[in-house]
Design a protein around this ligand. Structure first.
Ligand SMILES: O=C(O)CCC(=O)C(=O)O
Ligand SMILES: [Fe+2]
Length: 379
């Protein structure tokens, strides 16, 4: 077992006010710290073209057509809705209710679980690195859930019951689901399933619970700044009927309407594979590189959350990634004098630390990982 301290200090944020509390006051004019002119604010396109819907039961039965749909979804959209995913309604209902109850606790109670200096886990915000940076119109509760030795005990063991038990149940079910999805992706790419299982089997899992209060000037703020997820896979659950997730496709923001009982799944940066190189990737076996390079092009897509003036919105993003002590970088076997490495190879822990030490900025973290840039991702 590795030392918790060293591994788990993934980087924190500067303290910010609780937006939920701000939104309770009378807000004639929202504070300028939240007003954005740096975002392409909500251009709502009602489009028939929307993210593909994948039926997990068909994948389990080996339906070739469904695998083709999955492959298309990951190449063209980087996002899909997953139905018949096997996670029980009772667990989902529990996590929805208990998360809502958690955010409804008095501020004093939530503050007992606030982020400690330099930590990501806890109640607060992420990616706030300067006092004059624009802020998102949201509060966040972040929990590292797996492997258990990475949990922050000063947060995890102080979660109120039944929230704690619910989080454990939900985390366990979503780990199983993430591994199944990764298995399916390995199949669509003809990758060695054993190898993938070794890489992801005891992977890192974390939850980001997002609370977006209503805002009197919803089109002047942003709930969650445009970003891509620096993980392998994200499983998103929307907790109430309010919509807000938007994804960027061909330069246009498309709103997503979650289907009842579906999860929204998206490919993270670590699974992004582009045409010429395995971008932020792992040491795949040689024969696999070839397959990925030629068949790949799974996309990690920019997305964001917008807010509305009527009602709060809640979501839980459950992130799944490789083992914590893995090296992340271009596959050594594809590196040669002719094809030099374009991306750094660093430990997953440093990669994550570097991601959280910056403010969110579209997909720019991939640029930091590029060797020609001098900024050190872990500093
Ligand atoms: O709230 C949402 O719909 C998006 C959340 C998200 O993208 C995240 O937490 O990374
Ligand atoms: Fe995200």
């Amino acid at each position: 077992m590795m030392e918790e301290n060293n591994l788990a200090r993934l980087g924190g944020s500067l303290p910010v006010p609780s937006v939920q509390e701000l939104a309770k006051g009378s807000l004639e004019n929202v504070s300028s710290r939240y007003l954005r002119d740096d975002q392409q604010l909500p251009i709502i396109i009602k489009s028939d073209d929307n993210i593909p819907i994948i039926n997990m039961e068909s994948l389990v039965f080996g339906d070739e057509f469904e695998f083709k749909k999955l492959d298309f979804a990951c190449r063209e959209w980087g996002f899909f809705q997953l139905i018949n995913h096997g996670v029980s309604d009772s667990v989902i209902d529990r996590v929805k209710k208990d998360t809502q109850d958690f955010f409804n606790l008095p501020l004093e109670d939530k503050k007992k679980l606030k982020q400690m200096d330099g930590d990501l886990d806890g109640y607060g915000q992420a990616f706030v690195v300067s006092e004059d940076q624009k802020l998102d119109w949201a509060d966040m509760f972040f929990l590292t859930t797996n492997p258990p030795y990475l949990r922050k005990q000063h947060i995890f063991s102080h979660l109120p019951q039944p929230f704690r038990e619910t989080v454990e149940l939900y985390a366990a079910e979503l780990k199983i689901l993430a591994l199944k999805i990764i298995d399916f992706l390995a199949k669509t790419l003809n990758m060695d399933e054993e190898y993938i299982r070794e890489m992801f089997g005891e992977g890192t899992q974390a939850m980001r619970m997002n609370y977006y209060p209503p805002c009197p000037q919803p089109d002047k703020v942003i709930g969650l700044t445009s970003h891509s997820d620096a993980v392998a896979l994200t499983i998103l659950l929307q907790l109430n009927q309010m919509e807000g997730l938007q994804i960027k496709k061909d330069g246009v923001w498309i709103p997503i309407s979650p289907l009842p009982h579906a999860f929204i799944i998206n490919i993270g940066d670590i699974l992004e594979v582009n045409k010429y190189d395995v971008t932020v990737s792992f040491p795949f076996k040689k024969n696999l590189n070839y397959q990925i390079v030629t068949n790949g092009a799974y996309r990690s897509i920019e997305h964001r959350a917008v807010v509305n003036s009527k009602k709060e919105r809640l979501s839980i993003a459950t992130f799944y990634s490789t083992k914590f002590d893995r090296q992340i970088g271009p596959a050594p076997s594809i590196i040669s004098a002719k094809n030099p490495a374009k991306f750094r190879s660093i430990e997953a822990a440093d990669y994550v630390r570097g991601y959280f030490a910056r403010k969110l900025d579209k997909k720019s973290y991939l640029d930091v990982m590029r060797i020609e840039n001098s900024e050190n991702p872990a500093s």
